[in-house]
Design a protein around this ligand. Structure first.
Ligand code: SF4
Length: 198
């Protein structure tokens, strides 16, 4: 009989639907992230309509899983047995949630370093936490919090800017319906992305 692995481990989300169908991701809770809590209170930015917070509020299992991920990823450097080994070509960091602190970012770098065959993309609004040596298989996507003010230059510490813009805007939308059919954010750098506001 197989013994149940009771060691704490990072949960990898593999059952995405919609735009992320076919992709995998590593996430943490947004509800216990003080940065996110503060951002959600600002009606001028996209965080005020955070889908991840709503998703967690209605799905207690997801909230519990992503809270456990946060406990492992944000409180101390990962122990060797906690570093996940992936069997996937692409993985998104923060499909749900945001960087909690610099420990969190460094642990994501560690995961990328131990999985050189996988290309990772991190979505973040916290470029001040992006420091140190970043492996080539790790792309930093700056998630512009302003819906009405698309960015056309890439800020320091980022490789890509991700803008969500109003459909009435004339800018060409280059973010597709499915990441698995596009992969720009995982395979390219120096890109400005425009997604239509849903
Ligand atoms: S640009 Fe492509 S890879 Fe990036 S989020 Fe949009 S669909 Fe996904």
């Amino acid at each position: 009989m197989l013994e149940k692995n009771t060691l704490p481990h990072i949960f990898i989300t593999t059952n995405h639907s919609g735009k992320m169908k076919g992709m995998v991701s590593i996430n943490t809770s947004t509800l216990n992230n003080p940065f996110c809590t503060k951002q959600r209170k600002n009606p001028d930015i996209i965080c005020s309509s955070c889908y991840a917070a709503k998703f967690e509020q209605y799905r207690p299992n997801t909230k519990e899983t992503y809270t456990k991920n946060a406990e492992i990823l944000t409180t101390r450097p990962l122990k060797p047995h906690e570093i996940p080994r992936l069997n996937h070509l692409y993985c998104r960091f923060n499909s749900y949630g945001e960087l909690h602190n610099s420990i969190h970012f460094k642990n994501l770098v560690t995961i990328a370093e131990h999985n050189p065959q996988t290309r990772f993309a991190l979505w973040t609004k916290r470029l001040n936490l992006v420091t140190g040596n970043i492996p080539d298989n790790f792309t930093i996507v700056y998630s512009n919090p302003h819906r009405t003010n698309p960015m056309t230059t890439i800020p320091d510490n980022a490789d890509i800017v991700f803008n969500v813009i109003n459909k009435k805007n004339d800018t060409e939308i280059n973010c597709q319906n499915k990441c698995i059919d596009c992969l720009i954010c995982y395979t390219e750098k120096n890109r400005i992305i425009y997604e239509s506001l849903k």
